[in-house]
Design a protein around this ligand. Structure first.
Ligand SMILES: *[C@@H]1O[C@H](CO)[C@@H](O)[C@H](O)[C@H]1NC(C)=O
Ligand SMILES: CC(=O)N[C@H]1CO[C@H](CO)[C@@H](O)[C@@H]1O
Length: 528
């Protein structure tokens, strides 16, 4: 130790100790002194001259020597003063490493008198060493599940000093989770132990830095420290936790197969396997399991099959996240589809006339239609119309039902057959359309009289002609159809005398009797 600054104080104390503690034993020819260690060379140990009753002049004349057994001579006598002084610096810890009481022995030989005196010098410990730990960095590994109150041995400190100057106490600082207990060992030594005062939580603090301090009893005390780093080992004390208890997504029904519809995430505060989360479906319908798949690593919900809003417009799934230790969490996933105008309106003819009499009154129902569109909202709202220019109109019947009725009386002779096109369009953008054609035949009613091609026919015939000769051909047509159009001819003959002044009665008489015309019915050609 460095001594220079403290030389004076130490010297005084050495003197005091020599007086108080070293009661010399003259009876046995034995002197006892005690000095603190580490005194510089030449320090006072004891006044041997006085203690042995030797006169100073004698001392130098007679030749006084101090001898000791060891190689090193620690003491010598000052011939002028008669004091026993140190010849070497004495390190107690080196001389008597493990010995509690460190005593050096030497003999004082007074040559002239042939006398020998034994001198025992006890080397007192001074607090020149600090306690120290073999390892100043200590690693402790403690599971976070360790119960409070558990103890873990800590390294102890060594201090080569003796008595109060050796290790007296320990102190732990750093963390409320730990406290210190010091057990007394079998030899009275102190054994520090780390006590878990409060449960650990790796997720809160994975490491705890502590300082263990060993103190000796010196004044001021010397200390030695060791840093203790406690690593908290993970236990699977945390279940995975989904970022949301319920995930809701809206997707258009035409979202392509293979799309990621949603990604669920769960976190687990544990580490390693205990914190590794795998995802799976917990509750899923048979149908939904063919439509959706869940990536067990990423939590992505992927579409396997195309969706159809009209089939199902929402799916409720339940997903699970499970960590390597078997702890889990569940969450709901609601997938709602939004409608896309992917369905055209459908016109179904529930009932229809294929033919209708032309004299049916205006407003006669010719067809009953049903329209439907599987889409929802405006995509499913259907408007119906008829192509223009036909004598029909649409009438709304029950919800989704329409009647096609005549708008006026029909005339077969004008139009005998209709192809009525009914069109339906939905409210989507762009709108989808469809159409249906109703074929209607108009049945004839005998509403047309036969009409001669000419209003008046005239022919001249020679008198005395042969019976059976063709006079003329007449022709009448009828706009009606079938039987209604069949024309039969009947002849009504009126003879007109060129000499027209003949009274009517005479004219008839003349026709009867003259019999000049022989008309044969077979000669009349019938048209139609
Ligand atoms: C109605 O449609 C049918 C079948 O396409 C066709 O044969 C017929 O000529 C059409 N009639 C009219 C008056 O267009
Ligand atoms: C170096 C040192 O700390 N020395 C001290 C040892 O203890 C004594 C008392 O026991 C003190 O006086 C020293 O200063």
């Amino acid at each position: 130790m460095s001594w220079a600054g403290r030389r004076w104080g130490r010297r005084q104390r050495a003197v005091l100790w020599a007086v108080l503690l070293a009661a010399w034993e003259a009876a046995w020819g034995q002197l006892r002194y005690s000095v603190p260690e580490e005194l510089p060379k030449g320090s006072f140990v004891g006044d041997v001259a006085k203690d042995l009753g030797l006169q100073l002049p004698e001392l130098s004349d007679r030749g006084v020597r101090v001898v000791s057994e060891g190689r090193t001579q620690y003491f010598t006598v000052n011939g002028k003063t008669g004091y026993l002084v140190t010849a070497e610096r004495i390190d107690r810890e080196q001389l008597c490493r493990l010995v509690e009481k460190c005593v050096l022995r030497c003999e004082l030989i007074v040559e002239g008198e042939m006398k020998v005196y034994r001198i025992l010098v006890e080397i007192m410990d001074i607090n020149d060493s600090a306690p120290s730990f073999k390892d100043t960095e200590v690693e402790e590994r403690i599971s976070e599940m360790t119960a409070p109150g558990s103890r873990f041995p800590l390294p102890d400190a060594h201090d080569p000093d003796s008595g109060r100057n050796s290790v007296q106490s320990y102190e732990l600082s750093g963390d409320e989770h730990f406290s210190l207990a010091v057990q007394a060992g079998p030899g009275g030594d102190q054994r520090p132990e780390l006590v878990l005062a409060k449960a650990l939580d790796r997720e809160e603090a994975a490491f705890h830095e502590l300082v263990l301090r060993a103190m000796d009893g010196g004044d001021p005390a010397r200390t030695g420290t060791a840093r203790i780093r406690v690593t908290v080992l993970d236990a699977n004390d945390n279940a995975p936790v989904f970022s949301q208890a319920e995930y809701t997504v809206r997707v258009p029904e035409d979202v392509p197969v293979g799309s990621v519809l949603a990604t669920v995430t769960a976190t687990d505060a544990d580490e390693g396997m205990n914190g590794q989360v795998k995802y799976s479906f917990k509750k899923i319908t048979e149908i939904a399991s063919k439509i959706f798949t869940l990536d067990s690593q990423t939590g992505a919900i992927i579409l396997l099959q195309s969706l159809d809003y009209e089939e199902d417009d929402c799916y409720e799934l339940e997903v699970q996240a499970r960590d390597g230790g078997g702890l889990f969490d569940t969450a709901k996933v609601g997938i709602t589809l939004t409608d896309i105008n992917d369905n055209s309106p459908v016109i179904s003819v529930r009932s229809a006339l294929s033919e209708m009499s032309e004299d049916a009154p205006s407003g006669t129902v010719i067809a009953l239609l049903h329209v439907d569109d599987r889409d929802s909202g405006s995509n499913g709202e259907v408007r119906c119309s008829l192509d223009g220019g036909v004598p029909f109109r649409l009438e709304k019947s029950l919800e989704d039902y329409y009647r096609v009725v005549t708008a006026r009386e029909l005339d077969r002779e004008q139009v005998s057959e209709y192809n009525v096109t009914v069109r339906a369009a939905d409210g989507g953008s762009p709108a989808l359309q469809s159409s249906a054609v109703l074929a209607l035949r108009v049945l004839d009613v005998n509403d047309n009289a036969p009409v001669f091609a000419e209003e008046r026919y005239s022919a001249r015939v020679w008198e005395n002609n042969a019976a059976g000769a063709l006079v003329l051909t007449v022709r009448a047509t009828d706009a009606d159809w079938g039987q209604n159009a069949r024309v039969r001819y009947r002849l009504q003959v009126e003879l007109i005398d060129e000499r027209a002044e003949m009274p009517a009665r005479d004219r008839l008489e003349k026709w009867r009797h003259a019999n000049i015309l022989k008309l044969k019915r077979a000669n009349w050609r019938v048209l139609h």
